[in-house]
Design a protein around this ligand. Structure first.
Ligand code: UDX
Length: 452
């Protein structure tokens, strides 16, 4: 039997990884993006962002590369995508926050569906993976039926994606669960059968499959991200209390984490969450709840959001206090610019936000990040950048550790101590070993921990 033909529309973090993973699973894949530069880079086997393991997957499958399976191709043309005549089309475009509003901007999803539909001339399955407000799938299914020449023979399924940046390849090839939203009845059963074929390998490895309706599938993603955001803000709220009451939030997290119902993960206090998902997803979720007339159900997310945003301001205050009350003329070294380690993504990055605030208040800020420098420079061209941690720390009156890259955990405090003016480090991620730094003569301070 010929392998399934699959298209992936939108080749950002999600789509590029999904396309490469589908080729890895043995399917014939065509990836489409409307940004020609992205497609050019991907078609040459390179990755337009930093994502561990993705370049290797592309090298193994992109057509035209020496030794590749040739199963993965890219295009910017919906005509070409139509001629490819695929069995399954995955929609992986982004759904950012609308400018000036909390709601989710669905224009990329709508435009992907509107561009795809006229090319659907025979039965096919369209699968939404983007994070969307509940109710979108029903609306998009009607749109497909109306616009596709094959009309009723085009089925829609919703299959949210839970990949984490930095682990995208692993999370896509070996997900911890697969969620599929389908219609009731024979059409939905056909869609489920086809998706079971697509995911036969992970399902064979024992990955749990949850089959449900459209609204539940859409909600699973926003609910999961809201829970994670709440967990982080919970521990950050505890950090505020610890600071006021003299407790140690790291010990507290360790102790409550032993309770399996609570668990250890996502309880690292610090400058909070950022990135392209959690912040905008909780806001879009609140906006959607409002439209549905149940805004009260999610007012707690407003608090989750404000605890999180407060962390950034609090870090700035700690730094200001550390340099004697004013940033004017003070040199501040910032280690980390990305919103998390193992990524080059600086979207809504707490680290860059803190660096920017200090700079705007007159501090001389020098930033170093292992992978995020180019993106950081684009967002904040007025900050200074150095090409190593030591270079960033040269002459600094305070060092801020703001993204928990392993490179920073492995730093030699003695060597860094030679570069700085004052051995003063503020750990915004509670990820460094205080004993190690104190032993090398540093004043080590962290959020939610007692001062030694
Ligand atoms: C998240 C979800 O984890 C993923 O399932 C979803 O598909 C997309 O959104 P991602 O944005 O890659 O993934 O980041 P994640 O690993 O969840 O981290 C989010 C932010 O929370 C980062 O800024 C991270 O530094 C911060 N964080 C995480 C903490 O501050 N403390 C923690 O304990 C954990």
């Amino acid at each position: 039997m010929a392998p399934l033909k699959i298209t992936v529309i939108g080749t950002g973090y999600l789509g590029a990884t999904h396309a490469a993973a589908m080729a890895e699973l043995g399917f014939d894949v065509l990836g489409l993006d409307v940004v020609p530069e992205k497609i050019e880079v991907l078609a040459s086997g390179r990755v337009p962002m930093y994502e561990p393991g993705l370049e290797e997957l592309l090298a193994a499958h992109v057509a035209g590369l020496p030794g590749s399976t040739g199963r993965l191709r890219f295009t910017t043309s919906y005509e070409e995508l139509g001629a490819f005549d695929a069995d399954v089309h995955f929609v992986c475009v982004n759904t950012p926050q609308k400018h000036g509003e909390y709601a989710c901007d669905m224009s990329y999803v709508d435009s992907a569906v509107e561009s795809l539909a006229p090319h659907l001339t025979r039965p096919a399955l369209v699968v939404g993976k983007s994070t969307v407000p509940v109710g979108s799938a029903e609306r998009l299914a009607a749109k497909l039926t109306a616009l596709a020449p094959a009309g009723e023979e085009i089925e829609l399924a919703w299959n949210p994606e839970f990949l984490r940046e930095g682990y995208a390849v692993q999370d896509t090839l070996h997900p911890d669960r697969i969620v599929i939203g389908v219609r009731a009845g024979a059409d939905g059963e056909r869609a489920e059968k086809l998706l079971r074929e697509v995911y036969a390998t992970p399902l064979g490895e024992g990955t749990p499959l949850v089959v449900t309706d459209f609204p539940t599938a859409e909600l699973v993603k926003t609910a999961a991200n809201s829970f994670l955001a709440t967990k982080i803000s919970f521990i950050n709220a505890m950090a505020e209390i610890c600071e006021a009451g003299g407790g140690d939030v790291v010990k507290l997290a360790e102790a409550i984490g032993h309770d399996e119902r609570i668990g250890k993960k996502f309880l690292r206090a610090g400058i909070g969450f950022g990135g392209g998902c959690l912040p905008k997803d909780i806001r879009a979720f609140m906006a959607r709840a409002g439209e549905l007339g149940v805004d009260q159900a999610l007012t707690f997310l407003r608090e989750v959001d404000s605890i999180n945003m407060r962390r950034r301001g609090h870090m700035v205050e700690l730094a200001r206090e550390a340099v004697g009350g004013s940033f004017l003329g003070k040199r501040v070294a910032v280690l980390g610019a990305t919103f998390k380690p193992d990524s080059d993504d600086v979207r809504d990055s707490p680290a860059l936000n803190v660096a920017g605030q200090i700079h705007l208040q007159g501090g001389q800020v020098t930033v170093y990040d292992p992978k995020g420098m180019d993106n950081a420079r684009r967002v904040f061209p007025t900050l200074s950048y150095a090409d190593s941690a030591i270079a960033a720390a040269r002459g600094a009156e305070v060092v801020l550790h703001l993204t928990e890259w392993s490179e920073f955990r492995d730093l030699d405090p003695a060597a860094l101590g030679e570069a700085v003016t004052d051995r003063l480090i503020l750990d915004g991620r509670n990820a460094l070993d205080p004993e190690l730094w104190r032993a090398a003569g540093w004043t080590y301070r962290a959020m939610g921990r007692p001062r030694a």
